[in-house]
Ligand binder design. Structure first.
Ligand SMILES: Cc1cc2nc3c(=O)[nH]c(=O)nc-3n(C[C@H](O)[C@H](O)[C@H](O)COP(=O)(O)O)c2cc1C
Length: 330
């Protein structure tokens, strides 16, 4: 497989792992990169420069392949400006291959000084966006590519709610930089479809949870297999930060609070990050924010990252040939 993305980053498959708070640790990151994709190390899990640097060095000790770091630039999530500074400086010092930015555009943060610093350090910069307008401003600012994140995605889809199947080709129509489909992709069929829509690759997160290297509780794996594509919901519009998560006690409660106009203080206890370890390490998915996307419906097993990526490449090829055969048949 050869796209502008594989060429830019020197990776075998155009498959990137998205930022995953509490899950995208060094072992998973390195396993994805070793399997030929681009693993993700999510910065917000590290509280200071020393911890973050150690995590980057751990990834480097596990793989000699490139990987990407996620920085979620939303001061409202409680990360201080000093921590953001530590992340950006470390990414530049360690010459990390690529940066996935979500939230505020980096070129508009602190007068764009970190944007310039990272570009000079040779870090490829990608912004995760949910609208053509944001994609165009990323291209204008000098980003190397965009993650076109549709409403299907886990995490925080933009509240314009445009589906991946429309957002990808719209971005491709309007931009010259590579567009990477994000949200709703979990198999080779999705990869093939994304390439047909004009994307240069895919980003996925929910699917990577059910890999052996993700190291979550056994219950998590089973729930990811059992729950279907219609069992996630959008929440958070009333507090200005829409998210998508698995329907469970907490999300139902949050939706009730939002419907009657309740505020942030009432909502926060139900979705606070502190519940994270109970979810992923203790396997209780009935409570708290289980930030997964609609692609959960496409997950049927637990495999290694290598098995997943090799299988996706084979499936993509097979489904592209199938389509071609149908076009040529008569
Ligand atoms: C468990 C989980 C945690 C996530 N945490 C973050 C995060 O901290 N920052 C971020 O930008 N995106 C986060 N996301 C969103 C993903 O990076 C990605 O955009 C999205 O999940 C892709 O859609 P998919 O889940 O259908 O693959 C998270 C997604 C999941 C599933």
């Amino acid at each position: 497989m050869k796209t502008r993305l594989t060429e830019m980053l020197g990776i075998k498959y155009p498959i990137i792992c998205g930022g995953m708070m509490r899950l995208a640790y060094p072992p998973l990151c390195a396993a994805i990169s070793n399997a030929g994709g681009l693993g993700n190390l999510t910065s917000a899990m590290y509280e200071d420069k020393a911890q973050f640097k150690a995590a980057i060095q751990e990834v480097k000790s596990l793989t000699d392949k490139p990987f990407i770091v996620n920085v979620t630039l939303l001061p409202s999530i409680g990360v201080t400006p000093e921590r953001y500074q530590a992340y950006f400086e470390t990414i530049a010092e360690e010459e990390v291959a690529a940066l996935e930015l979500s939230g505020i555009p980096l070129n508009r943060y602190e007068g764009g000084k970190y944007f310039e610093m990272l570009k000079k350090a040779g870090v490829k910069l990608f912004h995760k966006v949910g609208s053509v307008r944001h994609g165009k401003s990323a291209e204008k600012a000098g980003y190397d590519g965009v993650f076109a994140a549709g409403v299907e995605e886990g995490g925080h889809p933009l509240n314009e709610n445009v589906a991946t199947t429309v957002l990808t080709p719209r971005m491709v129509e309007e931009l010259d930089i590579p567009v990477i489909t994000t949200g709703g992709i979990a198999s080779g069929i999705g990869l093939a479809a994304s390439l047909c829509l004009g994307a240069e690759g895919v980003m996925m997160a929910t699917r990577f949870i059910n890999t052996k290297e993700c190291q979550v509780h056994q219950n998590v794996y089973q729930v990811m297999i059992d729950r279907q594509e219609n069992e996630t919901a959008l929440y958070g519009n009333s507090i200005g930060l829409q998210g998508r998560a698995l329907v469970n006690e907490s999300i139902i409660k949050v939706q009730e609070i939002e419907a009657r106009g309740g505020g942030l203080e009432e909502i926060i206890p139900h979705i606070a990050g502190a519940l994270g370890d109970e979810i992923w390490q203790e396997g209780n998915l009935n409570k708290g924010l289980v930030a997964v996307g609609q692609s959960i419906g496409l997950i049927h097993d637990v495999v290694t990252c290598k098995e997943l990526l090799d299988r996706m490449a084979e499936e993509a090829e097979a489904s592209l040939s199938r389509g071609l055969n149908m076009c040529q048949a008569n």
